[in-house]
Design a protein around this ligand. Structure first.
Ligand code: UD1
Ligand code: CA
Length: 482
């Protein structure tokens, strides 16, 4: 076990977050594909703590349900009434049997930008300095609302934390603030929490009072200044939610760029934390990459595309496309203006072209669906060409049916494939056909009305019209040529 491995991390997430003005609890709001509390839990997990406890209260069924499904490594402690951050930590320790031996890290569930690296630095400083408590502090441009770190005028040692609402004017001028993140000695924390009082402006048990209590009792207390104050940004309203999203998005894009991804316009590119890239992939402006999307080596996506849970193969090209749960093969080409829905699998060098929609469709190697088509519930072999404006008629009003088209087929433009139906390898179909019966391999299927021309119809039915005159002069012209 690493010397810096904490015995427990406690995440405070019981508050309502009134200022979000939302029916969704604050910590369940999302940025970059993960909830606020999810980001904090993931950072905490990088410390590999023995216990990870999230304190829940407001809308606790929702928060607990989310944690169980998305972050199963966590356990929860219930804080029935939100009597303050100190009270919340007491509830977590009770869940862990009253006290914990070793280091206890406390973080707030509304600081999604906090990194595992910063938590590690805090833990290492705390251990190296043999402190009873170490607070992660920061110098912020505007300290309004934060607890202030009060230091001894002579020695510079940290003496206490004073909440904004309880601070004197002189204390409010202090720029160093409490980030809300702490490392504690577990046993001393339990003892000190028993002495926290509620005689403050909010009538709450403040966790921050523990620092002064331990100091007065003669224990070592310290502060660890965060390198980047933006990391401790706490989300209280949706303006801060948007700020945090922008900062996190920029951080994710920076990491991708440094790893060899070209992002043409970071300002108009948004990615989730779960998105991955191969080297020399290229992202054009106006692109959103979401969920488990992967853009492989040399692939190019955008402009103006939104890919969710989609795998883009090596050297593939995706332009002005919306895709959900799709797999795009190596050197395949998608768009401009394509819509790939769940279950679309495009093979190597396959094409889903302009105004093409696909769903639950497997498209073979080198097969092209270039223009204006809907391909739903289908399997198409290799090196087949589907004519423009084709529709795979998969729905009879009650059930969906499958269409199978073989390899090396050439289907005509404006075909309807009325499923269930099969077109054999090497078969052709005529333009304008409604294919309702299976086509044997190598056959040509023609399924359309016969054309008949009624001579002189315009002259008889539309006499004197521009059309009649045009027809007449053509007839005269050809007569003169003879
Ligand atoms: C707190 C700190 C303040 C610090 C700031 C940093 C205290 C008393 N104050 O203030 O020094 O500068 O964070 O952002 O600790 N929570 C519970 N149960 C409760 C109360 C709060 O779980 O009874 C949770 C909230 O859901 C939230 C976190 O604790 O995630 C912080 O609570 P909040 O009310 O936002 O504290 P601040 O006033 O921001
Ligand atoms: Ca807060």
């Amino acid at each position: 076990m690493s010397a810096n491995r904490p015995a427990a991390v406690v995440v405070l997430a019981a508050g309502e977050g009134t200022r979000m003005r939302s029916t969704t609890p604050k910590v369940l709001h999302e940025i970059c594909g993960r909830t606020l509390v999810g980001h904090v839990v993931c950072a905490a997990q990088e410390l590999d703590p023995e216990h990870l406890v999230v304190v829940v209260g407001h809308a606790r069924e929702k928060v607990q349900g989310h944690l169980q499904s998305q972050h199963p490594g966590t356990r929860t402690a219930v804080q029935e009434e939100q009597n303050g951050t100190g009270h919340a930590v007491r509830m977590a320790l009770e869940e862990l049997g009253g006290t914990v031996e070793g280091t206890v890290i406390v973080v707030c569930g509304d600081t999604p930008l906090l990194t595992g690296a910063t938590l590690s630095t805090l833990t290492a400083t705390h251990t190296a300095d043999a402190n009873a408590v170490t607070v992660l502090s920061a110098e912020v441009p505007d300290s309004t609302g934060y607890g202030r770190i009060v230091r001894d005028g002579l020695s510079g040692a940290v003496t206490e934390i004073v909440e904004h609402k309880d601070a004197t004017d002189a204390q409010r001028a202090i720029r160093e603030i409490n980030s809300g993140v702490f490392a504690f000695d577990g046993k001393l924390l339990t003892e000190a929490l028993g002495q926290v009082r509620t005689d403050n402006s909010q009538g709450e048990e403040y966790l921050t009072d523990v620092l002064g209590i331990l100091r007065t009792a003669g224990h070592r207390v310290g502060a660890c200044l965060a390198g980047d104050h933006r990391e401790i940004l706490g989300i209280n309203n949706r303006v801060q939610l948007a700020q945090a999203r922008g900062l996190l998005n920029a951080r994710l894009l920076e990491r991708a760029m440094l790893a060899g991804v070209t992002v043409v316009d970071p300002a108009s590119t948004m990615i989730d934390v779960t998105v991955t890239f191969g080297q020399d992939s290229l992202i054009h402006p106006g692109t959103q990459l979401l969920g488990a999307t992967h853009v492989a080596e040399g692939a190019e996506v955008g402009p103006n595309s939104r890919l969710t849970d989609t795998r883009v193969g090596v050297n593939a090209r995706v332009d002005n496309t919306v895709a959900n749960d799709a797999e795009i093969g190596e050197s395949a080409s998608v768009g401009p203006y394509a819509y790939l829905r769940p279950g679309t699998r495009l093979g190597v060098k396959a094409k889903a072209g302009t105004y093409v929609e696909m769903k639950n469709a497997t498209i073979g190697e080198g097969t092209k669906v270039p223009h204006l088509s809907y391909v739903g519930d289908a399997t198409i072999g290799d090196h087949t060409n589907i004519g423009a404006a084709s529709v795979f008629v998969n729905y009879d009003g009650e059930h969906k049916h499958h269409t199978t088209i073989g390899s090396h087929c050439k289907t005509g433009s404006d075909n309807m494939f009325v499923a269930p139906v099969t077109v054999g390898d090497g078969a052709y179909t005529a333009a304008g056909s409604v294919i309702t019966k299976d086509v044997p391999p190598g056959a040509l299927a023609v399924a359309r009305g016969q054309q008949r021309n009624i001579e002189g119809w315009v002259a008889r039915k539309r006499p004197g019209s521009a059309a009649a005159q045009a027809a007449l002069s053509t007839a005269e012209g050809s007569a003169a040529e003879v």
